[in-house]
Design a protein around this ligand. Structure first.
Ligand code: ZN
Length: 125
């Protein structure tokens, strides 16, 4: 029985990796096809979402609009705004005007990131 569970787990892992590859391929294809055939592009996103749902994969929310299934192309179908007072990045879909906000934090500067003072010319000689 123990051997059977590990085998089914291995099958699940391989099928999940195949599904993830197909989802990324479909999203790339949707990005290419959007200019020529936007309906096909939306259909590719729907298929990728169905595959991800079946295999319980996360596609993230920054590649396409979850409201209207439009692929995000910066400057074309997507407007990105940085709000520093509220510490968030807003992604607005230009097709359905839906806004999604993602928070961010600034990283604390460490000593290693500070520039190293170089020696003067006379000291180097
Ligand atoms: Zn949208």
């Amino acid at each position: 029985m123990k051997n059977k569970t590990s085998r089914s787990q291995a099958v699940r892992l391989s099928s999940n990796s195949i599904a993830a590859e197909r989802c990324s391929t479909l999203i790339d294809l949707a990005r290419k096809e959007f200019a020529k055939r936007p309906n096909f592009s939306n259909r590719y996103i729907v298929l990728a979402r169905k595959i991800a749902m079946r295999h319980r994969l996360s596609l993230g929310s920054k590649d396409f609009c979850k409201n209207c299934n439009t692929v995000f192309i910066a400057g074309n179908t997507l407007t990105v705004r940085l709000n520093s007072s509220q510490k968030n990045i807003s992604y607005r879909c230009n097709v359905c005007k839906k806004v999604r906000k993602f928070g961010y934090r600034l990283q604390k500067s460490t000593k290693s990131t500070q520039p190293v003072q170089s020696k003067g010319f006379k000291e180097a000689i």
